[in-house]
Design a protein around this ligand. Structure first.
Ligand code: SF4
Ligand code: F3S
Length: 108
């Protein structure tokens, strides 16, 4: 599966959701996740993210491995919040794009 990682937190640009053929993105307050059981590994979303936050699970950057489990867990928790259409990014997205270690800010 593909995984949404750290740089999505506090940015949530949502360009990714538009291209997913199986609509497997789920939304929380300041982060999105991919349901790994629904993702068909098409890779279409990866280049769409302006924050480069999406990786194949084999290529998740070192130190961000916990996001693999987090996408599985939160896609269940946020199952009612399927998102398929782009909306405005979070207001401070540009300032937060590229800031390291944003897991501490992830809201549930
Ligand atoms: Fe959807 Fe394809 Fe991205 Fe998986 S890799 S989340 S199926 S767009
Ligand atoms: Fe997040 Fe990038 Fe999608 S910032 S919402 S993974 S376009």
């Amino acid at each position: 599966a593909f995984i949404v990682t750290d740089n999505c937190v506090k940015c949530k640009y949502t360009d990714c959701v538009e291209v997913c053929p199986v609509d497997c993105f789920y939304e929380g307050p300041n982060f999105l996740v991919i349901n790994p059981d629904e993702c068909i590994d098409c890779a279409l979303c990866e280049p769409e993210c302006p924050a480069q936050a999406i990786y194949s699970e084999d290529e998740v950057p070192a130190g961000q491995e916990q996001y693999i489990e987090l996408n599985a867990e939160l896609s269940e928790e946020w199952a009612a919040n399927n998102i398929t259409e782009k909306k405005d990014a979070l207001p401070d997205a540009e300032e937060w794009d590229g800031v390291a270690d944003k897991l501490q800010y992830l809201e549930r």
